[in-house]
Design a protein around this ligand. Sequence first.
Ligand code: DP6
Length: 363
Amino acid sequence: MAPTDVRSLVIPKSSMSSGQVSWRSPSNIALVKYWGKFGNQYPRNPSVSFTLSAAYTETTIQYKPREDYKKKLSISFQFDGRSMPTFEQRIEQYLIGLISQFNFLEQFDLDIQTRNSFPHSSGIASSASGMSALALCLCSIEDHFFQTLQEDQAFRTKASMTARLGSGSACRSIYAHAALWGETGAVDGASNEYAVSLESMLHPSFVAYQDAILLVSREEKSVSSSAGHGLMDHHPFASVRYEQANRNLQSALECLQHGDLERFVLLCEQEAMQLHALMMSSSPYYLLIKPNTLAIIQAVQSYRNETGIPICFTLDAGPNVHLLYPKENKDAVENFINDKLVNYCHQGAWIKDEMGLGPLQSL
Ligand code: DP6
């Protein structure tokens, strides 16, 4: 990407105007996990994810020329139409950190309205969809005033880089279908700074791949992702993990390219188990899976053995289970979930999701 001259992103007084911008950005589910980071939100190993569809955040920023310069930034923030001081503080810190790249942030009163398609207390991480939606809005404002991001690739690259600074996994949500983030020789243009699209290399077997998100618990996470990443710094298995993540990444890319579902299933499950094994063996250790998480895992393994359907599970940093399976098995798997697995879900709740087309700008 051509470097942007950051000093030029101050809007001349004569060009200042009010306006509004909105983006809907989806969540994503990692197959090879990002776990461990360094420096300014750089990943210790490359990761790969599927972009989702039904689980998304919608964010609108209204901006108007600022009159009062008492504070560094002037923002108001509402989540679902209500103020949320903890979110607001995080967003404010994030935006303050971005002023050197988006100088115009200081020139406006910003009113940020955001909502998720999934309930806040569902245990689904909202940072990937939330931070990517916000980053996309900032890039649209930049492009409106400076026309610096007219090309789709330049726009997405900057949006992905900006999203990464808010939450690492958010940088992958910028692309349709599937994305890779982190340095690796395996994919041209791969970078620690931003994610790249894997759309062009996906085998047709993965198109419209399904993701059923089984909500085992709706409790807030007991350990934030950032704290979890931090525990990798002195983890006894860290270097072995990063080597293995790189090998798994290579393997995942081969599966995605050749449509090797059998190997894909084993790989996804191994990655999920390893993520939680790392948490359970850190100091201090912590345990995020619940008895019902394990009950689902065992039921899924038996179902796969009985039916031959290439369904597999993966996990985020929490107890909820993502079931991944081909679209052609949708009906059979949904029956299985409704017959057997809803019993293990909190109040029977689960979300039907699938690979999606990436963020959408609303006019
Ligand atoms: C387990 O992106 O939430 O979901 O960069 O600190 O915001 P921060 O962490 P975050 O970590 C996600 C971890 C994961 C795996 C993944 O999505 O790759």
